[in-house]
Design a binder for this molecule. Structure first.
Ligand SMILES: *[C@@H]1O[C@H](CO)[C@@H](O)[C@H](O)[C@H]1NC(C)=O
Ligand SMILES: *[C@@H]1O[C@H](CO)[C@@H](O)[C@H](O)[C@H]1NC(C)=O
Ligand SMILES: *[C@@H]1O[C@H](CO)[C@@H](O)[C@H](O)[C@H]1NC(C)=O
Ligand SMILES: *[C@@H]1O[C@H](CO)[C@@H](O)[C@H](O)[C@H]1NC(C)=O
Ligand SMILES: *[C@@H]1O[C@H](CO)[C@@H](O)[C@H](O)[C@H]1NC(C)=O
Length: 242
């Protein structure tokens, strides 16, 4: 009786999915010094078990690496923080190039604009702590907005920033001619030297869609797209049968 019910459920979840995909994914995968990882993370050896595969999990001598977009750059993963059965998921990566620029106090660092492409079907990724900095050509002679700090040691532009800058902040009007960049931070951006609060160790938060969280945490399944690009939950209920 229950066997029939479960089989029907699977078909409803995923009627166009080849049943071949129903090879069970282990609830935890070991990934060297990152410890045990679970969905949405996986290892590159098991790309079917998550959408954030980590490379070199089995090689203790190599950094663990992740890609944030297809064919994109590989970043070193420093930390994965996951609570079991919870959709609170964060991980930390290091951008080596930005790291080197910050170590050198190179103003090239402020040419970065950090945004994460929203290419994931089952989750939104965002940088947990970041701020806006305004890069203003010195020749523009912008009048310093009240309450904003500046950094004037870059070759041909000055930087403006403040503790909290909202989308409708009045300071923005006097900075309209400047270039706004988003950068990850590790401290409140109120220091005299921005190299003390901008960071290359970036904490990224993953918010699973409700249907994917439900599939994974309630049904123990894998979030997939079927052949018509429709969400489907594979292998959930069937896997739990004795
Ligand atoms: C990883 O999981 C295994 C099996 O569940 C467990 O024995 C081990 O202690 C875990 N390791 C860590 C670092 O949590
Ligand atoms: C940082 O400075 C060192 C020594 O001046 C230099 O060799 C290196 O190329 C610089 N790195 C970057 C990323 O600018
Ligand atoms: C930088 O800030 C200081 C202190 O608020 C101010 O006196 C100075 O005019 C500012 N410099 C620029 C270039 O905005
Ligand atoms: C940086 O990204 C933000 C947000 O996507 C955008 O508003 C801004 O124009 C970008 N700046 C540059 C210099 O590309
Ligand atoms: C996670 O949720 C599943 C399904 O509800 C349950 O079987 C399992 O015991 C839970 N694990 C933990 C650690 O809470």
């Amino acid at each position: 009786m229950s066997g029939v019910y479960e089989f029907v459920s699977l078909l409803l979840f995923c009627h166009l999915m080849p049943l071949l995909l129903a090879a069970a994914c282990p609830p935890l995968l070991s990934c060297g010094d990152l410890g045990n990882i679970s969905f949405p993370f996986t290892t590159t050896e098991r790309p079917d078990c998550g959408f954030l595969p980590i490379r070199n999990c089995e090689d203790p001598l190599k950094f663990k690496m992740i890609q944030l977009q297809n064919n994109g750059e590989w970043f070193r993963v420093v930390l994965v923080a996951q609570l079991r059965n919870s959709s609170i998921i964060t991980f930390q990566i290091r951008d080596k190039h930005l790291y080197d620029l910050l170590q050198n106090e190179s103003c090239e660092a402020f040419r970065y604009n950090y945004t994460i492409p929203p290419f994931f079907h089952f989750a939104a990724l965002r940088i947990q702590y970041h701020t806006s900095l305004f890069r203003c050509k010195r020749s523009l002679h912008v009048s310093p907005p009240t309450g904003m700090l500046n950094y004037t040691k870059c070759p041909d532009y000055d930087l403006y920033y403040k503790h909290i800058i909202t989308a409708d902040d009045v300071s923005r009007s006097s900075l309209a001619a400047c270039t706004e960049v988003q950068l990850p931070i590790k401290d409140v951006p109120d220091a005299i030297n921005p190299f003390t609060f901008v960071t290359a160790d970036i904490i990224i938060r993953v918010d699973l869609t409700d249907e994917c969280a439900d599939c994974n945490y309630r049904h123990g399944g894998q979030c997939k797209l079927d052949s018509t690009e429709t969400f489907c939950c594979v292998n959930g209920i069937l896997q739990q049968k004795p």
